[in-house]
Design a protein around this ligand. Sequence first.
Ligand SMILES: [Zn+2]
Ligand SMILES: [Zn+2]
Length: 143
Amino acid sequence: MCHQCNYRDLLRASALGATDNRLRVLEVVGGNNFPLSANDIYETLERGSTINRVTVYRILDLLVVHGLIERLSTGGRAFYYGLAPNAFHRPHPHFYCKNCGQMVCLNPESLTVDTDPLWKTFPGRIDKVEVRVDGICKNCIRQ
Ligand SMILES: [Zn+2]
Ligand SMILES: [Zn+2]
């Protein structure tokens, strides 16, 4: 979730161009306070208007390639999409519940990884560092 992000500006800055559909997909991903699956995103958009699934999936891929959103792995076949870190949105770890499959955003302060030594010494190109904590969420523990 990003309160200060201007999604139209983000799209323009990425050289992607702000089409209505791209903007709507980005708003759904950026406006949610936990990462969503491609199907969640499609269903949210589809409630408000007609957009086809293929279009949504294609736009998600495009936004990932251009670094506006990130695809978060669960360790299994499922993927979630969240807003990529930007000037207004700090990088943060995610928690994945192995029981119910929910992924949540963790506070950026809750687990900090010092990537500086890696950036300085790694000989290749690093595009993204993903930190995922796996476990069982509190709702699942209560049951
Ligand atoms: Zn759970
Ligand atoms: Zn997140």
